[in-house]
Structures are given as C-alpha cells and as structure tokens.
Design a protein around this ligand. Structure first.
Ligand code: NDP
Ligand code: MG
Length: 373
C-alpha cells in the first residue's frame, strides 16, 4: 500500500528535498497535492513530474495540470494519510489544525505552528489520535532517541552556532545580509538562515521541543556543536545519554518523518564514518552575544501569547533585515522591545493568536521605521 501524502510548500527548501526523498521511494508514496507560494514555474514542473491531483499557488490561474485546492481544503481531504507542513511562517498553523481535526497525520517542519499555538495543537493531536512527527533535525533526533519520555531527565539540543559563532560582536553588528545568509552547515530558506545567525532559530526550537515532548524549559539545554553531526540528545534520569548522529542533511529527518515508523534506505548514498568525521566539539552558547536565545527561553517560560509576540516581532524584523533596512542586532533589539511592551494573554484561542500576531507585526514595523530613520 502506498502512503498518500501532500506537501504544503513543495517549492521551498524542505519541500524540494522531500520530493527528492519521495523520488527515491516512488513505490512507497502517492502524492495527492503540492502547494507553492509564488514559484508557480517550479510548481508546474513538479506537477508534470509527480502528477498530484491537486495543487495550490498564490496565483491559481497559473497552475497547469492539477485541480486547485486551498491549503485548508487539502488538509480536509481524507484521501491523505499524511501531510508534510513545509510552508514557512504563520500560514502553516491553520492548515495543520484542519489536518489534525480530520485525523490526518502530520510531518511537521513548520516550527512557527508550535511556537504560536503549541498549547492548542499538541492536546488536539492527542485527542484526535494524530501523530505529529518532527522534521526539524533536532526534534527528529530527539524523537528517535526517546523510548519512554517519563524516564527522560533532560533534552539536549545542539546548535551549529551559525556564521558568527567565533566572530566578534562587532563583526556581527556590521553583518551584511550576505554574511548572515552564509550558513556554514545548512542550506535553508532565507528566514530560518537569518534566525540561525542570531540563534533565534535555536530559541524557537527550544519552544518547539517544550511542546513536542511536554518538557519544562529548565530541563531543555542548548549546546553548541559546530560540526552538526550530533543532531540532539536526551539524558535519562540514570545519567545515560542517547544521541542521534548523522551527516548534516535534511533528507534524513524528512525521510524519517514521512516514513515513520518504518525505515528505508531511500535517499542514503553512503555509510556514516566516525573516522572520517574524526572529532566532535561542544561548547556553551555565548549568552551575551546571542541574546535571542535568552529571549526565547523567557518567552517560553512566560507562556500564553508571549511566544506569539516573540515569533511575530522576530519574523517582521528579519524581513526588514533581508530588505536591507535594518542591522542584524536591530532584529533582537526589536524583539526585546516588543516583548517588554507586550501584555500577555494567558490562554489565547486561535483567533486571538492571529489578532495578537497581526498587532505585533504592525507595531514592530512602526518601531523599526523609527530605528532605521
Ligand atoms: P522556504 O522559504 O525555502 O520555503 C517556504 C515554502 O512555503 C515555499 O514553498 C513557499 O512557496 C511557501 N510559501 C511561502 N509563503 C507562502 C504563502 N503565503 N502561501 C503559500 N505558500 C507559501 O522555507 P524552508 O523550506 O527553509 O522552511 C520551511 C519551514 O520549515 C519553516 O517553518 C522552517 O522554519 C522549517 N524548517 C526548515 C529547515 C530547513 O532546512 N530549510 C530545517 C528545519 C525547519 P514559494 O517559494 O513558491 O513562494
Ligand atoms: Mg533545526
């Protein structure tokens, strides 16, 4: 039996790599739907190759060879066994909830979904008996390590440290967009690459881990590991540490998430060699240089809408940085400012989350206009 899958965001970094995985496992998958944002040329190419029944793009008139379904319609379509949510940003949240409500399993790349609404999404998935398997490499690693969560003492999330790991604060302050986008290990979409330069990405991942594994923040540790070979680890109550290792390639976690609980050779091309890797280094994060990490822990511990504020202000500021309008440190200063001003709503529902998200984005842009003026 082929597993029926749809990919939201098939034209993105994760989406394209997911299709590479599926190409290697053609006898295991049938694609129901593919979706793009603005890259309709690539979407049409993918439609010709993978022949999904349905597709979506911002300009639906440009779609060739598939029926149009919105993201929400795709996620209501019970033909799907699993949906890979690989869109970037807040647009991942509502379709994910729809899929869960329809009992469709989720391979989740879109971390914003849990950062914005983990308190809603995780209990709903539990209630509906829906599996959420993480694609994010750290969480995928932890998912692979855990046998019994009740016996886990701590989660240990690794961070490559990004392009500024051993650079001075001055270098980081004067970073160009190109320097921030030059990630030493991973080739990803632009937004997450900037987040990896400030370590906000790691902060978002701490919040993501808190929700996925129901782990208090003081039992989630971040350690810098520049080689990105150990993708994360867990420490059991008895002191035993289990880590997941592999070459830094998103193909492996993507394949794991969409084939779980089975495993196949699929995309694997060579065997892992400890002696080729030779050494693994670990160090504490520089909390002064990477203030974003602290802000994310604070937001997570505050709970409620604090993480909505963190995510929205960060994303808007990252867009301004990518547009060349502000400096790299302005991103984190803006997040800190917005967090300090934010009146936390304790248990926001989905509509409230989107309202708060909107309001924070507007206020962040206003604030950044003052900064860049
Ligand atoms: P990309 O920017 O490369 O891709 C984003 C995808 O979402 C594209 O297909 C894009 O379409 C689509 N999209 C964007 N905006 C819209 C919109 N308004 N409506 C419909 N579709 C839209 O991002 P990544 O693949 O890097 O990341 C995707 C998600 O996965 C993010 O949440 C990220 O945090 C997470 N993630 C990514 C990792 C990576 O290695 N890249 C690792 C771990 C997590 P188009 O290009 O056609 O406009
Ligand atoms: Mg990650």
């Amino acid at each position: 039996m082929k597993r029926k899958i749809s990919i939201l965001g098939s034209t993105g970094s994760i989406g394209r790599q997911a299709l590479e995985v599926i190409e290697k496992l053609q006898d295991k998958f049938k694609i129901i739907a593919l979706t793009a944002g603005s890259n309709t040329d690539l979407l049409n190419e993918q439609i010709r190759k993978f022949k999904p029944k349905y597709a979506y793009a911002n300009d639906t008139n440009l779609i060739e060879g598939a029926k149009v379904q919105t993201l929400d319609e795709i996620c209501s379509n019970k033909e799907n066994d699993i949906i890979l949510v690989a869109v970037s940003g807040k647009i991942g949240l509502k379709p994910t909830i729809t899929a869960i409500n329809n009992g469709i399993d989720i391979a989740l790349a879109n971390k914003e979904t849990l950062v914005m609404a983990g308190d809603i999404v995780m209990p709903l998935a539990k209630e509906k008996g829906v599996k959420i398997v993480p694609v994010d490499s750290e969480h995928c690693a932890i998912h692979q390590c855990i046998k019994d969560i009740a016996q886990v003492d701590r989660l240990i999330i690794t961070a490559s440290g990004g392009p500024f790991l051993h650079k001075s604060v001055e270098d980081m302050k004067n970073s160009t967009v190109e320097q921030a986008l030059a990630h030493p290990r991973w080739n990803m979409g632009k937004k997450i690459t900037v987040d990896s330069a400030t370590l906000m990405n790691k902060g978002l991942e701490v919040i993501e881990a808190h929700h996925l594994f129901n782990m208090p923040y003081d039992r989630i540790k971040v350690v810098v590991h520049p080689q990105s070979i150990v993708h994360s680890a867990i420490e059991y109550v008895d002191g035993s540490v289990i880590a997941q290792l592999g070459l830094p390639s998103m193909h492996i976690p993507i394949q794991y998430a969409i084939t779980y609980p089975e495993r196949f050779q699929g995309i694997k091309s060579k065997s892992f060699s400890f002696s080729e890797i030779a050494r693994l280094d670990f160090e504490e994060p520089d909390w002064d240089k990477f203030k974003a990490l602290n802000l994310a822990y604070e937001a997570g511990k505050l709970g409620g809408s604090a993480t909505v504020c963190l995510n929205a202000s960060n994303e808007e500021a990252v867009f301004e940085f990518l547009d060349g309008k502000i400096k790299l440190f302005d991103i984190i200063n803006a997040v800190e400012y917005m967090m300090a001003k934010h009146n936390i709503v304790k248990n926001p529902n989905i509509d409230e989350i989107f309202d708060i998200d909107n309001e924070i984005r507007i206020k962040t842009r206003e604030r950044l206009k003052l900064v860049s003026a």
